[in-house]
Design a protein. Structure first.
Length: 165
């Protein structure tokens, strides 16, 4: 319970206070609070643009019923695939486009716009992946970046029969 006279100057102070209250109870879950803090940072850095879809899919190589397939789609019309960077580090998938804001011009540099509603601004989008997610191939077609994932249940999480002796 938060004391009545306790005030917080920011959401970060409130988050840190709540996390500190739960730390003694998190034995065996030590990384969970750190992951929550990291997720908060990722969410703050991610602008929500470009828009993304996450779709559950069935793939031909998915013979094992303990696997699930997913597809991440990003709408990137007009952005050349050569200017995109996809990085996976510490279970965090990051997609970046680092060109400067090119308002009034085309990313290819061959047009000058009189009116522009389609933005070609730099962006960074990140997603925290579970440890059982394997990132597959990426493709770029018709202005849509697609990244394939597979979720593979670890052997220790699969149901097993216990022999009765």
């Amino acid at each position: 319970m938060v004391p009545k006279d306790l005030t917080f100057r920011s959401a970060d102070e409130l988050f840190n206070y709540v996390a500190d209250q739960f730390r003694p109870l998190s034995v065996g879950f030590d990384t969970m609070l750190g992951d929550l803090a990291h997720f908060k940072t990722i969410h703050t850095l991610s602008s929500g643009w470009p828009r993304a879809n996450i779709v559950e899919v069935t793939t031909p190589d998915q013979e094992d019923k303990n696997q699930k397939g997913y597809l991440l789609e990003l709408a990137l019309a007009g952005i050349p695939k050569e200017d995109l960077t996809i990085e996976l580090k510490d279970d965090i998938l990051t997609v970046k486009y680092e060109k400067d804001d090119v308002t009034g011009s085309d990313p290819r540099g061959d047009r000058k716009y009189l009116h522009q509603e389609v933005a070609y601004r730099a962006f960074t989008r990140s997603w925290k992946l579970g440890p059982d997610i394997q990132v597959g191939a990426a493709s770029y077609e018709d202005g849509v970046l697609s990244i394939n994932f597979t979720k593979v249940a670890p052997e220790e999480e699969l149901p097993r029969l216990i022999e009765i002796k």
